[in-house]
Design a protein around this ligand. Structure first.
Ligand code: GLP
Length: 284
């Protein structure tokens, strides 16, 4: 009998698309990939994302820390973005409620043993924004680069806050948010907190697409029917600055893409991705 070779090589460059039954399974798979890295390289540099999508993954990582002793004591983190004008309030020594700094503290950092001095989030309150952005890039490089960058997908196809039209080589910088992003993020994070849409920040500081593509590995997560069309555009459409997440197709490391069935429902090569996943389970 001919011995089947693994159809999928663990080393090298690839985009590996996993289609999971639901959000829970998506979160489990994503947390497993992150945990494997943390165990293999305890002082790894993790790139983290905000938004509703990674919350389940962070919950699972917290469980792994509490129940299985997953150790974050040497891990360093860099977040993708922050709203301009928000962040850590030096005077009050606390991260403002609607900031991504606050989000990360509440959803992950306060529950695990990561050292606060090892966590990095763009400072939306930096007095000299340009210098801050340059220093953020330098710090990433000085710490050896990002080993694994977690990414969600914006409704307008953005990675981080790289809105349509951002250069695919862009670096960390201040950016104006699109109307669609303002609408999406107002609904998700500002409305219930009693803000008017006008009151929410209209600018952000974001890692650039060029910065993101320098990570060693990517972990893109998308769930829900609402994102099905834009997911297909990002993964199978033309590489274009109009959908900055399509830049993943240019990535020169390992990119894991984990979708739930709903987000995957518009993919042209859906059957092929499922086939690869089955073959991988069978032969690995
Ligand atoms: C914001 C963040 C992105 C995130 C996106 C999707 O715009 N800047 O990094 O990917 O929201 O958010 P959600 O996961 O809530 O759909």
């Amino acid at each position: 009998m001919v011995k089947q070779r693994k159809i999928y090589c663990k080393e090298g460059i690839f985009i590996k698309i996993y289609i999971k039954k639901d959000y829970e399974q998506l979160s489990e798979k994503a947390a497993t990939i992150i945990a494997e890295l943390v165990k293999e390289k305890p002082n790894c540099v993790l790139g983290l994302a905000t938004g509703s999508t990674p919350i389940g993954t962070y919950k699972r990582l917290i469980q792994m820390h509490k129940n299985e002793g997953l150790d974050f004591s040497q891990v360093k983190t860099f977040n993708l973005d922050e709203y301009y004008g928000l962040g850590f309030d030096e005077e009050k020594s606390y991260s403002e409620d609607q900031s991504y700094a606050r989000f990360m503290y509440e959803e992950l950092f306060k529950h695990i043993n990561v050292k606060p001095e090892n966590t990095h989030i763009p400072n939306g309150k930096a007095k000299d924004c340009e210098s801050f952005c340059r220093e953020y890039e330098e710090l990433i490089k000085n710490l050896g680069g990002i080993d694994l960058q977690v990414l969600g997908l914006g409704g307008d196809g953005h990675f981080a806050f790289n809105e349509p039209g951002s250069s695919l080589g862009s670096r960390t910088r201040k950016i104006a948010l699109t109307e669609q992003t303002l609408d999406d993020n107002y609904e998700a994070f500002y409305k219930d907190a009693g803000f008017t849409r006008e009151q929410m920040p209209h600018f952000a500081i974001t890692m650039g697409i060029g910065t993101i593509l320098e990570s060693k590995n990517l972990l893109m997560l998308v769930n829900g029917e609402k994102k099905a069309k834009i997911t297909a555009k990002a993964l199978e459409g033309p590489i274009t600055a109009s959908v900055t997440a399509s830049s993943i197709q240019l990535f020169s490391g390992k990119a894991y893409v984990i979708l739930d069935e709903l987000a995957a429902s518009e993919l042209e090569r859906y059957d092929y991705y499922k086939h690869i996943e089955k073959m991988e389970e069978k032969y690995s």
